[in-house]
Design a protein around this ligand. Structure first.
Ligand SMILES: C[S@@+](CC[C@H](N)C(=O)[O-])C[C@H]1O[C@@H](n2cnc3c(N)ncnc32)[C@H](O)[C@@H]1O
Length: 344
C-alpha cells in the first residue's frame, strides 16, 4: 500500500480537488514519503543522470567559470558561491577538488542549499550545507543545475475558449484523476490555444529567480536546465515536457504512485525572461566551451597518452574526460540544455 497516496486521497476526499503543485510538493518532498526524502536522487546509482553526475569534468569547468566571475567582481576577499538544489553535493565535490588551481580558491566560500535532509547528509566536508537560501545581501554567485525543473508547477488546459486549471481528484481506491478547474484569468498566458492544449504555470521558478537577484548586491545568477519557449510547449503534447523518472527509466503518469518517481517539467524560458533581462542565454555546450572544456579535454588526452602504458589513475582520469565531454556537450542531450546568466 502507498501511504502517501492514501493520505493525499483522504485530504482530497475531505477538502476537494488539489492543484498539480500541491500534489507534486507532496510526491517529491513529503518529509516521510516524498521521492527525494526516501532516497530518490541524481547519480549513477540513483534515478537520473545530471551533468555533475557524468563525472568531475563538469565541476572543473564550473570552477573555471567561478574564477572568471570572481575577477569580474573585482576579486573580493570573501566569495560566497551558493549552489541551490545541490542534491547529494556532487558538483560541490568536483568544484572543491579543483580549488587549488583556482585564483579565487582562498576566497571561495561554497554554500550548498538543499531542502532534503537525506541529500544534505551526503554533502562533502568544506561546504556550508543549508536547508534554505537564507543569505544576503552578498557579493558572489548563485548557481543551480536542474533545480528549476523540480520546483512544483501547475498545469493549464485550453477548453471552451479559455485556460483552466488542471486539478486532481481522488477515487475510492486511492488513485488519482485529473478534473478541469475554474477559468484562469492570467494575462501572461498566450491569448488563444487549441482545444486541449496545455501549458505549465511555474510561479516557484520566477519567484526563485527574483529572490536570487534580490539577495545579490553584486554578482552572477546562473541557472542551467531543460527549458522551452511558450511555443515549444504548445507545439508538443504535454507528456513530452512533463516527464517522470525512476531508476534511470521513464516513470509512469505523474499521478501514479506518488513518492515513487521524480516529476519534472521543462522550464518556461519566457517566464524567466519576464523577471529580468539576462546577460546571456546559451546552450550548455556553448557555456562549457566558453569556460575551457576543450582545454581540459586536451590536458586529459595528453595525460592518457603519457600514462596509457602504465594505466595509472591520472591517465585513466584523463581518458575519462574525453567521454565526459561527449556526454556533456551532446546537442540532443545535456549539451542542448539552456544556461541563463544574469549579472547584477
Ligand atoms: C534534479 S535534482 C538536481 C541535483 C543536482 N543539482 C544535480 O544537478 O545533480 C534537484 C534537487 O533540488 C532540490 N530542491 C528542490 N527544491 C528545492 C528548494 N526549494 N531549495 C533547495 N533545494 C531544492 C531537490 O531536493 C533535489 O535534490
Amino acid at each position: 500500500m502507498n501511504a502517501l497516496a492514501a493520505s493525499l486521497a483522504a485530504v482530497i476526499r475531505r477538502d476537494g480537488p488539489i492543484t498539480y503543485s500541491a500534489f507534486i510538493e507532496a510526491a517529491l518532498y513529503d518529509a516521510d514519503h516524498g521521492f527525494y526524502e526516501t532516497g530518490g536522487a541524481a547519480g549513477r546509482r540513483g534515478d537520473f543522470l545530471t551533468s555533475p553526475e557524468v563525472g568531475p569534468l563538469y565541476g572543473a569547468v564550473v570552477a573555471r567559470a567561478l574564477d572568471s566571475w570572481w575577477f569580474d567582481l573585482g576579486c573580493p576577499e570573501e566569495y560566497p558561491v551558493v549552489e541551490c538544489g545541490a542534491g547529494p553535493g556532487t558538483l560541490a565535490r568536483s568544484v572543491l577538488a579543483a580549488r587549488r588551481e583556482l585564483a579565487c580558491g582562498d576566497a571561495l566560500r561554497y554554500i550548498t542549499v538543499e531542502r532534503c535532509a537525506t541529500q544534505r547528509l551526503r554533502h562533502p566536508d568544506g561546504v556550508e550545507a543549508r536547508e534554505s537560501f537564507d543569505l544576503g545581501p552578498f557579493t558572489g554567485v548563485v548557481f543551480a543545475n536542474e533545480l528549476l525543473d523540480n520546483l512544483p508547477f501547475d498545469l493549464l488546459e485550453w477548453r471552451g475558449g479559455g485556460w483552466h486549471d488542471v486539478l486532481i481528484d481522488a477515487a475510492a481506491d486511492d488513485t488519482f484523476t485529473e478534473v478541469l478547474g475554474d477559468l484562469v484569468d492570467n494575462p501572461s498566458r498566450p491569448p488563444t490555444g487549441t482545444e486541449g492544449a496545455r501549458l505549465p504555470l511555474q510561479p516557484a521558478v520566477t519567484a526563485f529567480l527574483a529572490d536570487a537577484l534580490a539577495r545579490l548586491e553584486h554578482g552572477h545568477v546562473v541557472l542551467v536546465d531543460y527549458m522551452s519557449a511558450n511555443t515549444g510547449f504548445l507545439d508538443r503534447s504535454w507528456p513530452t515536457w512533463v516527464r517522470t523518472y525512476r531508476g534511470h527509466e521513464r516513470g509512469g503518469h505523474p499521478l501514479d504512485e506518488p513518492g515513487t518517481q521524480d516529476i519534472t517539467c521543462e522550464v518556461a524560458l519566457d517566464a524567466l525572461l519576464g523577471v529580468a533581462a539576462p546577460r546571456e542565454v546559451s546552450t550548455q555546450a556553448e557555456f562549457l566551451a566558453a569556460y575551457g572544456i576543450d582545454e581540459l579535454v586536451e590536458e586529459g588526452r595528453a595525460s592518457w597518452q603519457a600514462g596509457a602504458g602504465i594505466g595509472d589513475l591520472a591517465a585513466l582520469r584523463g581518458r575519462s574526460r574525453i567521454r565526459e565531454a561527449e556526454a556533456l556537450c551532446a546537442a540532443d542531450g545535456l549539451g542542448g540544455f539552456t544556461v541563463m546568466h544574469w549579472v547584477r
